[in-house]
Write a protein that binds this ligand. Structure first.
Ligand code: ADP
Ligand code: NI
Length: 203
């Protein structure tokens, strides 16, 4: 029987290995930041830190962009969890959490506190200074323009701020994340203001 610490260590190794060649913003560093944030939120909110940690470490290994074949059933995560000797009910609940967290157009929030913590952490990592870096990394790797001042290029990286990043603050599930999101959202707005000023040579 593995201890919880050993299972978490093993999940880290599994995710590190899975993401080793990805630098598109969906990499192991993202997974580790989501893990740290999600555990912090879970502690504050009184959620089960082990379940939250495991779901956070696995939340992107069956992402539809990276792994379209396993995305629906989260097969990769399930196979890993089964290999750790966890009870089937535990495996099922983690797989459910991952499925709910990764709905990109999610209409419904996750139905467990643990799922809410992971979703909040994933969204926080798309905000603030880190979110800005990821947005330009994603844009660059997809050949997108930085900015189109005419607003015709809806695929520019700056357009993504308005399409997604600035909307995240109001989508947080937990009070702990809402507070963190406020700081990160303020920084996004400050950054945009400076960006536009410099673009217009006003500063
Ligand atoms: P995750 O599933 O981890 O939430 P996504 O796959 O949605 O992340 O996106 C990965 C990163 O790339 C995020 O930081 C996101 O904001 C950014 N991103 C996604 N779509 C775009 C886009 N069209 N332009 C610029 N950045 C994007
Ligand atoms: Ni993610």
């Amino acid at each position: 029987m593995m201890t919880k610490t050993e299972v978490i260590e093993s999940a880290k190794n599994f995710a590190r290995d899975f993401f080793k060649n990805d630098h598109s913003g969906h990499d192991f560093a993202h997974t580790l930041r989501v893990y740290d944030l999600a555990c912090h939120i879970a502690e504050q909110e009184g959620a089960d830190v082990f379940l939250v940690g495991l779901a956070a470490l696995l939340h992107d290994v069956d992402d539809h962009k990276l792994s379209p074949d396993t995305a629906a059933e989260k097969n990769r995560s399930r196979r890993f969890l089964d290999s750790q000797g966890l009870e089937k009910t535990v495996v099922d609940s983690i797989v459910d959490m991952i499925r709910q967290v990764s709905f990109s157009q999610n209409t419904l929030p996750p139905d467990t506190l643990e799922g809410k913590c992971v979703q909040d952490a994933d969204r926080l990592d798309a905000m603030g200074a880190i979110g800005i870096a990821r947005t330009f990394a994603f844009g660059g790797s997809h050949g997108r323009a930085i900015y189109d001042p005419e607003g015709k290029d809806s695929a520019s990286s700056i357009a993504h701020f308005y399409d997604k990043l600035l909307l995240l603050k109001d989508k947080m599930n937990t009070p702990t994340a809402r507070k963190l999101a406020e700081g990160r959202d303020n920084f996004l707005r400050l950054y945009l203001d400076e960006f536009i000023s410099e673009w217009n040579a006003d500063r």
